[in-house]
Design a protein around this ligand. Sequence first.
Ligand code: AMP
Length: 298
Amino acid sequence: MRLILLGPPGAGKGTQAQRLVARYGLVQLSTGDMLRAAVAAGTPVGLKAKDLMAQGALVPDEVVCAIIADRIAEPDAHNGFILDGFPRTVGQAEALDAMLKDRKLGLDAVIALKVDEDALLARVEKRVAEMAARGEAVRADDNAEALKKRLDAYRAQTAPLIDYYGGKGTLSVIDGMAAIDAVERAILAILKGKTGKPASGKAKPASKPGKKAAKVAKRAGKRTKAAKKVKKTKKSTVAKAAKAKSAGRAIGTRKGGRKADSKGTRKAVSARRSVAKKRAGTARRTAKKTAKRKSGRR
Ligand code: AMP
């Protein structure tokens, strides 16, 4: 599966990408992470990108496209990938189309997270505070000034991708302001519709072995534990029936020919009958006495 997550900085693309990685076993290709690693390692790409990133400006298309072309050629990307933060310009989107075409690959989905820009600053401030509390290094561009520039870059250079992918029919837009779990559910529903693949990572535990599971297994021609259990039960029922037949009685009956499970019921019925009999006798005697007394009085 190959998909793109689109959205302004702070929209939650990274969070959702990580969840999809866990579910589908895809790799997350975040150009921001790759560039930060290059900056930290002091590579030539890192040196080119460092200042632009700190200001909140975009790194040139040819730099990021070269990184992505190398990355999607690596073996771990063969199972599929999530592009997070790439493409960010129409030029990058066209370059990606060419890369995928060369490899005879396509995109399964482009999902845009729609967010209220006013809320983004609050989100980024919260993220910075949380990172600082955990003792993690805060990004050079996670400040109000750089965020404003990043949002401007998004509006001017990245937002046109909504029309680009909308025109190709691959785009789905979801509410990125919803709770993280709700956003995830919306993404999973889109992916299920596009690929027919249910989410696998957090799949429900398999149901207990039972007849249903055995039927499914039988259909699949498999001898699972459940199938074996049902077969065993069937076998013992057949054996019991044969034994009963040879003893000249029906299955489910005891040797004496009486229903095994009706014993308790019969006892209860006869007990009830004797109580009723006693009561009827007492009533008869009382009626006689009363009649005698009345006739004596007359
Ligand atoms: P991100 O972590 O995705 O917010 O990216 C952080 C910064 O890395 C951006 O503000 C840009 O400076 C740079 N960057 C990341 N991805 C790209 C891209 N696809 N094109 C250009 N610059 C990028």
